[in-house]
Design a protein around this ligand. Structure first.
Ligand code: CDP
Length: 248
């Protein structure tokens, strides 16, 4: 078994783990952790939608005036660059993570995500990243639209109240009040509704409900599944003429 910090060579037969699910279901943090355990990279597709939204806001603060062409033009200021274990979406060469997570961006991102040319632009960036590296990719449609042949597909869900609470604990770094959780739950449910078209569970995805799981338990499950899939596909797969490697 390769040491965890060894980056597998992927070549043409890339190894992709797709983790999809609704807002704040813990996809990004879980994906990062799983990628770290396996010694591969994480790609956060949502960060690209957020970066496109932030870029559009910089050019035109009135979102009602946005067009797909305008958003795509603004998105030309974005670069997806490999960092130690993940890929950062930079705006004009700068890491703007706080801006990407801001309320202004979060409240408009679903509008941008419904623009088909923007989806194609994001999908192309994500596929480019996966061409070079074995990856864990998180999003809404990774196991269906972006990598329908992913080696492992997970659909991560949790009760909306629990998701809202986790997101607030992460943001506020304290326990939120019930009133705060109720407001955040409402916002998440509204965003889920706006994202419903693009949030698709693949028929062959493994459904994990993390409502009563700790994050470590959820990461353990996905890591075991990934290692099992990797062993099962060792040299015997039809994929890429049997050139499919054992990765971890
Ligand atoms: O972390 P959270 O689940 O709140 O959101 P995110 O993964 O950062 O994604 C932000 C937004 O991008 C979502 O609300 C979707 O509108 C959009 N998105 C998408 O449409 N398709 C993806 N594959 C990933 C994100």
């Amino acid at each position: 078994m390769s040491p965890p910090d060894q980056m597998p060579e992927t070549g043409p037969s890339q190894f992709v783990i797709a983790i999809d699910g609704p807002a704040a279901s813990g996809k990004s943090s879980t994906s990062q952790w799983v990628a770290q355990r396996l010694g591969i990279r994480h790609v956060d597709s949502g960060a690209l939608y957020r970066a496109a939204t932030a870029a559009a806001l910089r050019v035109e603060p009135d979102a009602d005036r946005w067009t797909p062409e305008g958003v795509l033009a603004a998105a030309s200021s974005i670069q997806l660059v490999p960092t130690d274990r993940t890929f950062a979406a930079l705006l004009d060469g700068q890491d703007c993570d706080e801006e990407l997570r801001s309320t202004a961006v979060t409240s408009q991102v679903s509008r941008v995500a419904r623009m088909q040319p923007v989806r194609e632009w994001v999908n192309a960036r994500v596929r480019e990243a996966a061409r070079e590296h074995a990856v864990v990719v998180d999003g809404r449609d990774i196991g269906t639209a972006v990598f329908p042949d992913a080696a492992l597909k997970i659909f991560l869900v949790a009760d909306p109240w629990e998701r809202a609470k986790r997101r607030l604990v992460q943001r506020l770094e304290r326990l939120p009040s019930d009133g705060e959780v109720a407001e955040e739950t409402e916002r998440l449910v509204q965003r889920d509704a706006k994202d419903s078209q693009q949030t698709v569970q693949a028929a062959d995805a493994v459904l994990i409900d993390s409502t009563y799981l700790t994050q470590a338990e959820q990461v353990d499950r996905i890591e075991s599944l990934a290692r099992a899939v990797s062993r099962n596909t060792d040299g015997s797969s039809e994929v890429d003429g049997g050139g499919w490697k054992r990765y971890f």
